[in-house]
Design a protein around this ligand. Structure first.
Ligand code: TXA
Ligand code: MG
Length: 325
């Protein structure tokens, strides 16, 4: 057990965070998507600290965060499409999995032994400042215990990780609310590995073609990051609910009210006006809130699968999947 330092996102806080990261310790920080649990990606022992704090299966590789495309180019080999995508969407909620290059400083443990690496340049101002100041690639998975709901606010991080990490920088709520979109750019044509904060439609517009469908979800280590049972609240999750059963909690979207909603133990609407961006921003905090209602099941109303709806439905499907443990 360590005492987790609470840092404010000012010069003092950032200087302290940089010192802790350089000393090989774990610091949680806000990004535009969710909070990340950061550590020096070039340092095996620092990265081991992340796996330990999260109790994460060690075959699951981590994303390395960098302050700029220029810095990212020192870590991986960018195909023509990867470069086009980086220029279009960085800084922003997009992760590119690229082959590592000879100059990479990202250690094998962060890559889980793979010859590819996930790179991301976040656009959150606090993450930007931290990455520029620390001048190291920072490995950062979402700052939650492995398999649990991602954290979009500092108290959520502390619920899972208090006493297990050196510090947290409190930057308030994260604006996007779902993790970055991940594209596999190890081949000539980029493929979608995980839907996220940049919609498929926006990526397809830049590529000028359709993105290949996501590989089937499974619990095999061969499909890292695609663990079926992920983002799991304690309660069971029932999808596409058009009616609410007694003793359920209800997660709604838009104006349509499922029948029996008045029986719900607790009700939250992700976006009463049906705005998918707003819904993404509220998704994880809504799941956490409903999970405290005492309901054994969270019933989720149908959510359209366009734009950020693809990322929202992906997370909800994983939350509803059969649990491993
Ligand atoms: O928005 C985000 O991406 C957040 C913030 C903190 O940046 N991070 C995040 O990290 O969601 P994490 O570790 O929870 O999810 C990253 C996913 C993992 O599931 C991992 O398997 C996949 O990225 N990944 C990382 N490197 C990979 C690689 N070389 N090949 C395939 N998948 C990779
Ligand atoms: Mg995660």
């Amino acid at each position: 057990m360590t005492q987790t330092e609470y840092l404010t996102p000012d010069e003092t806080g950032l200087t302290r965070a940089v010192a802790l990261l350089r000393a090989g310790l774990c610091v949680a920080f806000p990004t535009e998507t969710v909070y990340g649990l950061g550590a020096d990606a070039s340092h095996d022992q620092a990265v081991a600290g992340i796996y330990a704090a999260k109790e994460r299966p060690s075959f699951n590789p981590l994303i390395a965060h960098l302050p700029s495309l220029e810095k990212a180019l020192e870590q991986g080999i960018f195909s023509h499409e990867a470069l086009t995508l980086a220029k279009a969407f960085w800084p922003g909620p997009l992760t590119l999995v690229v082959p590592v290059c000879a100059t990479t400083t990202i250690c094998e443990l962060a890559r889980a032994g793979l010859s590819s690496v996930g790179l991301r340049v976040p656009n959150h101002p606090i993450a930007q400042k931290l990455l520029a100041q620390v001048d190291l690639p920072i490995a950062a998975p979402s700052a939650n215990s492995s398999g649990r709901i991602s954290a979009t606010a500092a108290p959520h991080v502390l619920e899972d990780l208090h006493g297990r990490i050196a510090a947290i920088i409190d930057g308030g709520e994260t604006p996007v609310g779902v993790e970055s979109t991940i594209l596999d750019c190890t081949g000539e044509q980029a493929r979608l590995l995980r839907p996220g904060g940049i919609s498929r439609e926006d990526i397809e517009a830049v590529l000028g073609r359709r993105l290949e469908a996501q590989a089937p979800v499974s619990n095999k280590p061969l499909a890292p990051g695609m663990l079926t049972s992920h983002y799991a609240p304690r309660a069971a999750v029932r999808l596409n609910a058009t009616d609410i059963h007694p003793h359920e909690a209800a997660l709604l979207f838009g104006e349509i009210e499922p029948t029996g909603v008045e029986q719900a133990l607790k009700i939250t609407n992700l976006s009463p006006t049906g705005d998918l961006q707003e819904a993404a921003a509220h998704l994880f905090s809504a799941l956490r809130l409903l999970d405290t209602s005492g309901a054994t099941t969270i019933a989720v109303a149908p959510i359209p699968n366009t734009g950020l709806g693809e990322a929202i439905n992906d997370r909800l499907n994983r939350a509803a999947a059969e649990r491993d443990t």
